[in-house]
Design a binder for this molecule. Structure first.
Ligand SMILES: [Zn+2]
Length: 466
């Protein structure tokens, strides 16, 4: 059977899913400068990603995981220290990602010390390698990067592959960085009016070239949002200015809720989606709290019908609840970023459940959620494999034809993202944008932000003291 899709002919669903350029709506890709400064070697490319969590849970020692990334030492030796933990982890979602990196980046089908030694010189960290891996090997249309900073960096201008979010987590946490506001925006925050102005200025400067606003405040506070009045928020800000880190969580939540309201309003005004981390927290031995569920956001989404919300990571392990939330709100979409690698089987079931309950314009199929391009490659292959399996099961069960499954795949992999993020317009702006007014991308702010817990490098054992 030959099928027509965007004037390209696809023999079948499998070919479509395998060969279509897919959007990645969530990554933490390092800036080019940071990548070249400290390029990963083969063990970094394979293991310096979420799988370190599984290695530790499987019994690897802190020291052996640290040695794994020490490029001064011998490759075989470094791998040997985690070899047993790797054997135990190879079938998890993260483990599948590692095997796919080995296969598609290095052409290695079985990970052994010998095989690693043989392929260690591939991808040495050359200029353009980042783009090559993400665009040509992972076959991505573009990546949307959260650099954990509110500035769109200079490397965003003059191209349309690396798109950037405005990260406003500290505002949503209710712990706005007053020094950074003073330094970068020349605003001294003494009252709510000044804080409001700071948020507005961030949108004015970065909004035209950003793709979305992002916050991962679920790591630090409840997602439960309520409207706060100016008097209480003003008191909360005074306390934050005076007491800083000693401010109570209730007071921070009050100020955070007030900021979230402003951000939701401004996101709509600047035609930007508002991405919010929901569900599972990336750590080992930390607790997974129900207050990071999407259900906590009802009031926020209800109060801002003009704001487009993206609820990330399928709210795992509360994904059934997310199906109901997505069914209720025209302004909510769900993002499968990080979900396939977290638990591919649960994500597959979630996609089937979504298709059966929610209009099909609500799902974005992929985001690798990774710092290193090689990890995004592995997770992109994984997403295609599992998405195909999922849609094939719908076809085989007889409730969808193959041409319909291809149409649906197109929506999930590309079309929904272009529609929801207004990508045709956004990309055109970026292609013609000048680097003026954008912050230089010399340093990866990702590495500098040490209180950010949703990151694989912070998830390394030394960061949580295992
Ligand atoms: Zn992320």
């Amino acid at each position: 059977m030959t099928l027509e899709n965007d004037s390209v002919k696809y023999r079948d669903l499998a070919e479509y899913v395998r060969s279509t350029r897919m959007c990645s709506t969530h990554e933490h890709t390092e800036f080019e400068t940071a990548y070249l400064e400290n390029p990963p070697d083969i063990l970094g490319n394979l293991f310096d990603n979420y799988v370190v969590n599984d290695l530790v849970v499987a019994g690897a020692s802190t020291k052996s995981v640290q040695r794994l990334f020490d490029q001064r030492l011998d490759v075989r030796d470094r791998f040997q220290g985690v070899a047993e933990a790797w054997q135990r982890s190879q079938f998890t979602g993260y483990g599948q990602g590692v095997r796919l990196i080995a296969e598609h980046v290095y052409g290695v089908t079985e990970i052994t010390g010998e095989a690693l030694e043989q392929h260690k010189f591939k991808y040495p960290g050359m200029p353009g390698e980042r783009l090559q891996l993400l665009r040509d090997v992972a076959n991505l249309d573009h990546v949307q990067i959260d650099s954990v900073d509110w500035n769109v960096p200079s490397e965003a201008a003059g191209q349309d592959f690396f798109l950037y979010d405005i990260n406003l987590c500290r505002f949503c946490d209710g712990t706005p960085d007053l020094d950074k506001i003073g330094r970068e925006l020349q605003i001294e925050v003494t009252d709510l009016a000044a804080l409001r102005r700071a948020i507005e200025l961030i949108f004015e400067r970065n909004g035209p070239l950003a793709v979305a606003v992002k916050s991962q405040h679920a790591y630090h506070r409840t997602l439960r949002w309520q409207k706060r009045d100016e008097t209480n928020a003003s008191e909360a800000l005074k306390t934050w200015i005076r007491d800083g880190a000693n401010t109570s969580i209730e007071t921070k939540n009050c100020l955070g809720d007030w900021c979230i309201e402003k951000i939701a309003h401004l996101a709509a005004k600047h035609n930007l989606a508002f991405k919010i981390h929901t569900g599972y927290l990336n750590n080992v031995g930390g607790f997974q709290v129900k207050v990071s569920s999407s259900e906590c956001l009802h009031e926020l989404m209800h109060a801002h019908p003009r704001t487009r919300f993206v609820l990330m990571h399928i709210t795992y392990p509360y994904e059934d609840e997310l199906v109901a939330v997505a069914k209720q709100f025209p302004n909510v979409a769900v993002d499968l970023c990080w979900a396939w690698s977290l638990n591919p089987l649960a994500t597959s079931r979630f996609v089937l459940s979504m298709i059966n309950a929610v209009p099909s314009n609500k799902i974005f199929a992929f985001g690798g959620d990774s710092r290193l391009p090689a990890a995004s490659v592995g997770y992109a292959f994984q997403a295609r494999i599992w998405l195909l399996k999922t849609l094939e099961s719908a076809v085989n069960d007889g409730w969808m034809t193959e041409p319909q499954a291809i149409e649906l795949a197109k929506r999930l992999m590309v079309a929904n993202q272009y529609e929801f993020f207004d990508l045709a317009d956004k990309k055109a702006r970026l292609r013609t944008a000048k680097k003026l007014h954008l912050k230089p991308s010399e340093n990866s702010s990702i590495k500098q932000l040490d209180d950010w817990t949703h990151s694989v490098w912070n998830a390394r054992p030394e960061a949580y003291g295992v």
